[in-house]
Design a protein around this ligand. Structure first.
Ligand SMILES: Nc1ncnc2c1ncn2[C@@H]1O[C@H](COP(=O)(O)OP(=O)(O)O)[C@@H](O)[C@H]1O
Ligand SMILES: [Mg+2]
Length: 1046
């Protein structure tokens, strides 16, 4: 957000408060005129206003008075955030603003419980009404509320558009000029919430209803109705849309204003009427009255041959009667005749043409004016505090009054209205002087400082000239109105000359000197107001003061069925013969009451200044501004304020701000405030005549002193900033550390909690398991039952798991885990299954080669296992297809064998049956027979069919005997052989010959046939190594080795 050309954010607020009002002087003038060095110079004053205005700084203080220059453009300084900035902040700590005044007043009201008022003054178009609306909005937004108060706040806000529609008009000076004075009370309860409101209105400029100056308009409501109402509504009121059709609206020749949207405003107003609580009937009656005024304006008269006056617009008249809800013929009569009472007798006399016209206009003004008063009363009823709230708030309620009254007005042609308005401003000025001087004096007194009298212009003399009893202008006017005989405006002027002619503030054409005479007409008198000279034209003064309405018109209006009108025109008024109070006296008395109201309250001031007459933004017309500065008495105000001391500040505020400039007071002063301040100023070297210490404030005589101090502070600021930065950063880091630490603790405790809960759960679960386990163990012998199911399941499960890890891997592995009793059966099944499975798998894997090998090995096993000592050594060795290569067998032998295929061949040693001479031979096995070959010659053929047996010893030797039949001469007897591969040989042979049953393994000697009748014997003895030799008894003695020697 930009404010005063600098960035403002959340911290910015702090910054701005720190830098405060005084430093801004370096950039754009001074924020408080009191700090102007040359306070007597009007030029310096205006220059300061101009410089600030150029930067859109429209607000400046004179002490506690706010000077506001109309910017004529929307500024971004009225947002809700801005309101928040000013809330509860000390007046001088922050740049000047109408919100500061509002807030200050509100706080004073709340803390001191004293009624307050804010007086807004300035000339027409200077921004008074806008200021009052801003203040009202500030309260509506920032004050505490409840539901009822919210509607009240709404009504307070919504009363504005309604009153503006009926009471404001476009004038040459202001497109939305208030043509009535307004004083509004807002009541607050002890908590500071708004609970009620009340409006006093002053002197509506009724003449505008029937006449407008060129370029001006009638009251907004007429144009809003014509532009905004729908066709139906207009036809029920018999109105046309074009404002130019109505004589009361054409005088100023200005039906449209570019800055105003009548259509939109119409919507706003009708909505506001609803919010305030107008019923549909009331709104209808109100619009009937507005329409009737327009019809009244179009009611025209003609003059008959005998000088009698008649109405020429009969239809207009009938609509008029309908809208006013009165009798048509009575109205017609009353508009053209007057009723007189002479010597107790009532007489009716016709009106002249002019009289009829003015009677008509008088009726229009009276109807409009009284309706306006009724409207204010109606709004007041809707804003009134409810009975129960009075009870609740008790005496605790306080009031803030808001006065937005017409400003001093000087027109080309000034009449009765301007006279009243300017008189009102005189009174307010008087009050202003009285109150500001008084408060200044009071402050000096409470602070115990000697009061030094100030020279100022007291405008009491002008007030007296106007209002003094018997001798004042108002009295003379009243007298002239009441005096019997011929009276006119001119006679009033003469009377004035006679009575107040010598007054220094009064001049007429006759009394004036040559120079003045030239600028005055003969019908004018001039008043030298405090704000300047104004010439008033007396024409119309008497009539306007009389404000007379014919009696018979009043009588007709009393009969009206329109509820609003019957409230406005009371029957008593007709019966009561007493003359009503004259307008000027009425106004004077209401002003007196207003002054009393204001005097009883603590005032604050907003002085509005209009920068140019063209309603243009950015234009600063120096002449115009100088004039206003003068008549608003701003210079005087400043002089009073500066008379003694330029600057004052409460001790704590002063000390708070400047304490960094003195080592004793920095960073904080512990003793009494006054001592702190005096220590500080001593350190700063203030001279005795430069300042005074009051009871709670320091008063500094010259701005220069303060500026020097301020400059010193400015120079010191980087240092302070550094300290602040340091401690702020330290604090920030510390806070960050604390936050992190806290977070860590939270996370840790969360995590630990979770872990502990998990552990506890696990333990609980484990304990439960153990318990079940033990119980199961106890019941393990029982049938499967709830007590032991877990245990048994567990046992089974763990057995199966164990089993799965320890399954035998090969068919030969016969190990198997021992099964617990409950799974024995299953275990056995499993074992069988597993074994089968392994076998199947194994078998699937076996190759034909291997199968053959296996079959042979199986046969070998069946033959030799546990029978022959040599066997175990041979288990691990594979059987070969043949121990002889094909080349090792003689070709001749092979030829001899012909187609028979050699299945197996091996070298053997053949022992002769008789001498046991060893001979190397080859043994070849064929499909049906075997042959013993001596190199190229087949020595012996043994048909398998004839093979009687095969004998081997049970020892470790390689001896083998093939038993053949001896009957056959061809046979050479049993073959005694020694073979290094005896197991292999015997196995193959027995398989080829299908004579496995014929294998004989003898543990002792082996007998063999040498011839049919003769037997040989082979004996076996144990020795160190294999030896085959002829034994002593003619046996073959084989020494079999202890250790394998195959
Ligand atoms: N603070 C402001 N910001 C913007 N425009 C303003 C401000 N004050 C006044 N104006 C303009 O000036 C016009 C006249 O102001 P207004 O308050 O009606 O004058 P006054 O009541 O003093 O006759 C307003 O309609 C508005 O356009
Ligand atoms: Mg106004």
């Amino acid at each position: 957000m930009r404010y005063q050309g600098r960035e403002v954010d959340v911290e910015g607020r702090v910054r701005l408060v720190m830098e405060s009002a005084l430093t801004a002087r370096d950039r754009v003038g001074v924020q408080d005129f009191v700090l102007l060095e040359n306070y007597n110079s009007e030029a310096a004053f205006i220059e300061n206003l101009r410089r600030r205005f150029r930067e859109n700084l429209i607000y400046t203080y004179i002490g506690s008075v706010l000077v506001s220059v109309n910017p004529y453009k929307e500024l971004e300084i009225y947002s809700k955030q801005q309101m928040e900035r000013y809330r509860g902040v000390s007046f001088y700590e922050i740049s000047p603003h109408v919100y500061a005044i509002s807030d200050n007043t509100y706080r004073a009201m709340k803390t001191e419980r004293k009624d307050q008022c804010i007086l807004i003054s300035g000339e027409s178009g200077a921004g008074k009404t806008e200021a009052s609306k801003k203040i009202l909005l500030y309260y509506a937004v920032t004050c505490p509320t409840n539901d009822r108060m919210e509607t009240l706040g709404n009504r307070l806000l919504q009363s504005n558009p309604v009153l503006e529609a009926f009471g404001n008009a476009k004038t040459l000076r202001n497109d939305n000029s208030s043509r009535f004075g307004k004083y509004m009370d807002i009541q607050f309860d002890f908590k500071g919430a708004p609970i009620g409101g009340h409006i006093l209105n002053y002197l509506l400029e009724k003449s505008r209803v029937v006449h407008q100056n060129h370029g001006e308009r009638n009251f907004h409501i007429f144009y809003q109705l014509l532009d905004g109402a729908d066709d139906d509504l207009l036809s029920t009121l018999n109105l046309e849309r074009n404002p130019q059709s109505y004589r009361y609206l054409v005088k100023g020749n200005c039906p449209r204003v570019s800055s105003i949207s009548d259509k939109n405003n119409w919507k706003v107003v009708t909505k506001a009427l609803d919010v305030i609580g107008f019923s549909t009937e009331e709104v209808q009656e109100l619009l009937d009255i507005i329409a009737s005024v327009l019809h009244l304006g179009n009611t025209l008269f003609g003059e008959g041959e005998e000088g009698e006056t008649y109405i020429t617009t009969e239809t207009q008249l009938s609509w008029l009667a309908k809208l006013l809800r009165v009798d048509g013929s009575a109205l017609k009569e009353a508009l053209t005749h007057k009723k007189l009472t002479a010597k107790g007798e009532e007489m009716i006399s016709p009106l002249s043409f002019e009289q009829a016209v003015s009677a008509r206009d008088a009726l229009a003004k009276a109807v409009y004016g009284r309706t306006f008063n009724w409207l204010v009363e109606k709004i007041n009823r809707s804003l009134a505090i409810k009975q129960d709230e009075i009870y609740h708030s008790g005496k605790g309620s306080s009031v803030i009054g808001l006065l937005d009254i017409y400003g001093f007005e000087v027109l080309q042609h000034n009449s009765f209205e301007q006279f009243c308005i300017n008189y009102c401003n005189e009174k307010l000025q008087q009050l202003f002087i009285e109150l500001t001087l008084r408060s200044e004096q009071e402050e000096y007194e409470t602070e115990g400082i000697a009061w030094e009298p100030v020279q100022y212009f007291d405008n009491k003399i002008i007030c007296d000239l106007i209002e003094e009893k018997h001798k004042g202008i108002i009295s003379i006017l009243d007298e002239e109105c009441l005096r019997p005989g011929e009276t006119c405006d001119a006679s009033f002027l003469e009377k004035l000359e006679d009575t107040v002619g010598g007054h220094p503030h009064f001049v007429t054409h006759k009394l004036a000197n040559g120079k003045t005479r030239r600028v005055m007409s003969r019908e004018e008198f001039r008043l030298l107001h405090y704000a300047g000279e104004v010439n008033y034209n007396v024409s119309g003064f008497l009539d306007k003061n009389n404000d007379l309405l014919n009696r018979n018109l009043k009588e007709v209006m009393c009969q009206s069925d329109n509820q609003i009108l019957s409230c406005c025109f009371r029957r008593e008024e007709v019966i009561d013969q007493k003359r009503p109070e004259m307008a000027a006296s009425q106004f004077k008395n209401s002003l007196m009451r207003l002054m009393e109201i204001l005097r009883s309250k603590e005032p604050s001031y907003v002085r509005c200044i209009k920068p140019n007459d063209a309603k243009q933004p950015g234009r600063f017309d120096e002449v115009l501004v100088r004039h206003q500065v003068k008549y608003l008495g701003l210079m005087e105000n400043l002089r009073v304020r500066r008379a003694g001391f330029a600057y004052r500040r409460r001790f704590e505020a002063f000390l708070q701000r400047y304490k960094p400039l003195c080592p004793e007071t920095w960073p904080s002063w512990q003793g009494k405030l006054v001592d702190g301040v005096s220590t500080l100023v001593n350190h700063l070297g203030y001279k005795a005549e430069e300042f005074k210490l009051g009871r709670s404030k320091i008063f500094i005589r010259f701005p220069k002193t303060l500026f020097t101090t301020e400059d010193a502070l400015e120079a010191k600021k980087p240092e302070i900033a550094l300290i602040l930065q340091k401690s702020w950063r330290g604090y920030r880091e510390w806070a960050k550390y604390q936050r992190i630490r806290h977070a860590v603790i939270v996370i840790q405790s969360g995590w630990r909690g979770m872990k502990a809960r998990r552990r506890a759960n696990r333990r609980r679960h484990a304990a439960e398991l153990i318990r079940r386990f033990i119980k199961g163990f106890i019941y393990r012998q029982e049938e499967y039952c709830p007590e032991n199911e877990y245990f048994l399941d567990h046992v089974r499960c763990s057995f199966l798991k164990k089993l799965s890890k320890n399954l035998p891997r090969s068919v030969l592995d016969k190990s198997w885990p021992t099964a617990p009793p409950s799974v024995v059966e299953a275990s056995e099944h499993l074992q069988t299954l597993h074994m089968r499975n392994m076998v199947i798998k194994y078998c699937r894997r076996v190759q034909p080669e291997w199968k053959k090998q296996m079959m042979q090995k199986v046969v070998a096993s069946e033959l030799f296992k546990d029978q022959k000592e040599l066997y175990p050594q041979t288990v691990g060795r594979l059987f070969l297809d043949s121990r002889l290569e094909r080349e090792q067998i003689s070709l001749k032998v092979l030829q001899t064998l012909g187609s028979e295929k050699v299945q197996y061949g091996v070298n053997v040693v053949k022992y002769d049956r008789r001498g046991f001479k060893p001979r190397a031979r080859q043994l070849l096995l064929l499909n049906t027979f075997a042959v013993l070959v001596d190199r190229t010659k087949i020595k012996q053929r043994i048909d398998y069919s004839t093979l009687r047996g095969i004998s081997v010893s049970s020892h470790r030797d390689g001896m083998v005997v093939l038993h053949v039949p001896c009957e056959d001469s061809k046979q050479k007897g049993d073959a005694v052989l020694h073979c290094s591969h005896v197991i292999e040989l015997v196995t193959k042979l027995s398989m080829l010959a299908s004579k496995t049953n014929y294998v004989n393994i003898s543990p002792g000697s082996i007998r063999f046939a040498i011839t049919r009748s003769k037997e040989g014997i082979i004996d076996f003895i144990r020795g160190s190594e294999l030896k085959v030799a002829k034994g002593k008894r003619g046996h073959l003695l084989v020494t079999t080795p202890q250790i394998a020697a195959t």
